[in-house]
Design a protein around this ligand. Sequence first.
Ligand SMILES: [Zn+2]
Length: 74
Amino acid sequence: MPIYEYVCLDCSTVFDALRPMAKADAPIVCEDCESEHTSRMLSVFFAHSEGRSVPANNSAGCACGGACSCASLN
Ligand SMILES: [Zn+2]
């Protein structure tokens, strides 16, 4: 499952969530202030994989470059 980044439009908190691709754009609640006024950020991975529908399956798909725990999740 790919990780998506979201930003809260109320408190500007940026957080990420592991979600099915089908729910990437579904509403998500801010984990800081619990506002539903959030927006999905486009990840580096998707910017580089334009035209492809293969989900991220290795650390190269993580915007952090593999420095975070994303790599171990795969
Ligand atoms: Zn918030």
